[in-house]
Design a protein around this ligand. Structure first.
Ligand SMILES: [Zn+2]
Ligand SMILES: [Zn+2]
Length: 92
């Protein structure tokens, strides 16, 4: 799965393999003009329509009530966090 971004200056579409925040060293920028990228919310919704929840527990659409989801009020274990960060670092 990729993340649909759009340049805030030239409006060009940019597709990133990871969420912008997953790029730790440097924010990805537009290749054409160097402008900053914003998530294309409409396309993200379209692509994520099989998942219901877009809260910021995960940087991608997910099923409501997933472990890191804000809608899930089950306390997380250390194992859950490990699993979450492992998945974050290897992407999908
Ligand atoms: Zn641009
Ligand atoms: Zn959620």
């Amino acid at each position: 799965m990729s993340y649909p971004y759009r340049c805030s200056k030239c409006k060009q579409r940019v597709s990133l393999s990871k969420h912008k925040e997953a790029y730790k060293r440097k924010d990805p920028v537009c290749k054409a003009c160097g402008g900053s990228l914003t998530l294309d919310k409409y396309r993200r919704n379209v692509e994520g329509k099989k998942y219901k929840c877009l809260c910021d527990g995960y940087p991608f659409p997910h099923r409501m009530g997933s472990k890191m989801c804000n809608e899930n009020d089950t306390p997380l274990t250390e194992e859950d966090y490990r699993d979450f960060y492992r998945r974050m670092s290897y992407g999908d």
